[in-house]
Design a protein around this ligand. Structure first.
Ligand code: BDP
Length: 700
């Protein structure tokens, strides 16, 4: 098994008794309707039944019972008692009902919804029950998404390089589009729809203006047509200077009448060929990208001008809050809040501000971004990173759901205790706002899509959490494991434990105790705590760890940069006081002495060394656990994960040795005797160069 089928391999249900029960219940199928979405749903259902049960149900309108009935409620002509209007209303435009009902004295299962897309989601939901071997005896499932816009952001360039991509080239073959529709586009849409994703931003946030030329829009249209049956809309990242770059104008000033007109015309042009186009994603005045500030205008001026162009077509603007500026001589962690918070309430209703989960940049661990909860009158969407830019690329097994959950469950206290980030982004405090969650995709042309067989779980988990942020990491992991590999408890239990621990393990061998941004310069590959000569100060590792002979850590308390003041008082106090600041964030918020007494009783130095060794040792344990799984998985994926874990162990020890040896030059304290000493000197690690690590695409 090369992993291409993702979690949709529809493996045979191994439990024979259960399979027989399923078959008896599903022998007859009534499937109403034949729109493109319903046809996709029917095909998926038949593929799923064939794979899981070797079952080809009798299909017909005159059906015998028991049966499976699938279709939108109005066309199934169900008796009123089967599902009420109010139940159906709750499913909205994308949700569904799966119910066991009695028709003609026979037990039947109904999958129904208000819309075709709802039915498609229902079919995926039903197949999941079979894939994970649930009872289908007495079903009463009502599902609907908690978040409106659930989008994958592809950082894909037109030349098919992928910025921070570690799974091959871009899956979009712009050269062959629009004439050639690769089967991958369809399978991408199937997999994404199966977890409820409903949007795809197909190009890099570091955008190329060519994307908006007629030639490329033709290609985008072909993708949109391919995704449409699966309920997935296409969005584009746009370059703010496009009116100059491809429009022949002298300015991109958002208050200039010609500029406004240019964007209106462009939007009209797009919607003429893609009537359900989703909208624009914009990175402006960030890392050298053009933006409204060049004209003395604000982010709101820029976003609103684009929003006006899209509003007549129901499109939205996702405007990113990832801004920081070398010329602002303050703590980089504070800048997004400082620039955006004053603009609360000034954005048009179809603008949503896309905020990374933490205030720096997708680090292995960051506290939640202080903007969450701080802009009550502005829609804020979460941006997570699925591609493992800072989590060991695609050689490291890191299941990210616990990271996502950690930020979703953080309490902002914005509206009193219990105002979690999750509630904020679900619009719980202001139901008028649109809501969204974005995931920077980890998908490429590798046969298994994500480079690492387990990295598929991050795509999967993102979709599940965008649909329902309150699901647990563990439940999502076990669903994914069962659907992807095996339902055998001898496999599920150790592998679920391994996945759940994997992110903490990576934090331990990379950036324990609140350390951050100490990776290799530019490539972001491997450790680089010594980096002190990057292009700008805030790209240097030393800017973030501030190690010296006295201690280590970034003082963001009130005696330092005072970034803590951007949080609500309860959160601010928690982080401000050493007595309450969680160990996980200690060096994020404080500069503390090497002999500082940790909660464990150890000194900071000993605790830090301990964490680095703990992390690397845990990878050894992962190798041992996986080694016992040969009987449960196919040889190909078994061998692939085995090799990757060996590489991960090597990388984890490299991280450990580099950081311990480097920080030791400041602490001047010994590595506690119980740990084996690194076998190479610091210079060995420092001198290694990875100029050609993947993921640096060049903005083409
Ligand atoms: C950083 C990446 C950079 C992206 C940037 C962004 O290193 O390649 O362009 O984020 O999010 O993490 O815009």
């Amino acid at each position: 098994d090369d992993g291409y089928k993702l979690w949709l391999g529809y493996n045979a249900v191994a439990d024979k008794k259960l399979a027989a029960k399923y078959k008896a219940q599903l022998a007859h199928l009534k499937f109403a309707g034949n729109t493109p979405s319903l046809n996709a749903a029917r095909e998926e259902l038949l593929t799923g039944l064939e794979g899981t049960l070797a079952l080809r149900p009798q299909i017909g309108d005159k059906i015998e019972y028991p049966a499976l009935l699938v279709g939108i409620a109005s066309s199934l002509k169900l008796p009123g008692s089967v599902c009420s209007e109010s139940e159906l209303d709750k499913t909205g435009n994308e949700g569904y009902l799966i119910k066991t009902v009695i028709i003609n004295q026979k037990k039947c299962i109904v999958i129904t919804a208000k819309t075709d897309i709802g039915v498609l989601h229902g079919v995926f939901g039903f197949l999941k029950l079979l894939q994970t071997q649930q009872s289908i005896d007495a079903l009463n499932i009502l599902e609907y998404p908690r978040i409106m816009y659930r989008v994958l952001d592809h950082w894909d360039n037109l030349n098919r390089t992928v910025e921070r991509g570690y799974a091959g080239a871009s899956i979009w073959n712009w050269h062959k589009l629009p004439g050639y529709i690769d089967q991958r586009y369809i399978d991408y849409a199937r997999a994404s729809a199966s977890v409820g994703i409903n949007g795809s931003v197909v190009n890099n946030v570091n955008a190329n203006a060519l994307m908006l030329t007629p030639e490329y829009l033709e290609k985008v249209k072909a993708l949109a047509n391919t995704f449409r049956p699966y309920g997935i809309k296409v969005y584009l990242s746009v370059k703010f200077s496009s009116p100059i770059d491809i429009g022949g104008l002298k300015t991109a000033d958002p208050l200039n009448a010609q500029v406004m007109q240019w964007w209106k015309d462009k939007a009209d042009e797009i919607y003429r060929s893609i009537p359900d186009f989703g909208g624009f994603l914009v990175k402006a005045n960030s890392e050298g990208q053009p933006g409204p500030q060049a004209y003395g205008r604000s982010h709101a001026d820029g976003a609103n001008m684009l929003a006006d162009a899209l509003l007549p077509h129901n499109g939205i603007v996702m405007w990113r809050a990832f801004v920081y500026d070398n010329n602002v001589p303050d703590d980089r962690a504070k800048q997004a809040y400082n620039e955006f918070k004053p603009l609360d309430g000034q954005f048009k209703k179809n603008v949503i501000i896309q905020v990374k989960n933490g205030p720096i940049d997708f680090q292995p661990r960051e506290p939640f971004h202080p903007l969450f909860g701080a802009m009550p009158n502005t829609p804020l969407m979460m941006e997570f990173q699925l591609t493992q830019e800072y989590l060991g690329f695609s050689t490291n097994l890191v299941y990210e759901a616990p990271l996502f959950k950690e930020s979703l469950e953080s309490d902002t206290y914005a509206m009193g205790k219990g105002s979690t980030v999750s509630k904020v982004i679900q619009g719980a405090f202001n139901p008028k706002l649109i809501t969204g969650m974005a995931g920077v995709a980890n998908i490429g042309t590798d046969i298994n899509w994500c480079g690492h067989p387990f990295a598929q779980a991050n795509w999967y988990a993102f979709g599940r959490l965008a649909w329902n942020p309150d699901l647990s990491s563990g439940d999502i992991a076990s669903d994914w494991l069962k659907m992807t590999f095996s339902n055998n408890p001898g496999f599920i239990s150790p592998m679920k434990a391994m996945m759940l621990q994997s992110r903490e393990t990576a934090v331990n061998y990379m950036t324990p105790l609140g350390l951050h941004h100490i990776m290799g310069v530019n490539t972001h590959y491997g450790p680089g705590p010594w980096v002190d000569n990057a292009g700008r100060a805030d790209w240097n590792a030393v800017y973030y760890h501030k190690a010296d002979s006295a201690g280590i850590g970034f003082n963001r308390s009130s005696t330092g940069s005072n970034a803590v003041a951007q949080y609500q008082p309860q959160v601010r106090d928690l982080f401000e006081n050493l007595a309450t600041c969680p160990d996980e964030y200690l060096l994020w918020f404080h500069h503390v002495g090497w002999d500082y007494k940790m909660r464990s009783g150890a000194t900071l130095w000993d605790e830090m060394v301990h964490r680095y060794y703990l992390g690397a040792d845990a990878v050894k344990q992962m190798e041992l656990s996986w080694g016992k799984m040969a009987g449960y998985v196919d040889e190909e994926r078994f061998g692939s994960v085995k090799q990757l874990l060996a590489i991960q162990y090597d990388e984890a020890t490299t991280w450990r040795n580099s950081c311990v040896l480097y920080f030791q030059t400041f602490s001047k304290r010994p590595i506690p005797a119980q740990y084996p000493k690194p076998d190479k000197p610091l210079s060995f690690y420092r001198d290694r160069k990875f100029l050609l690590a993947p993921g640096i695409g060049g903005n083409q």
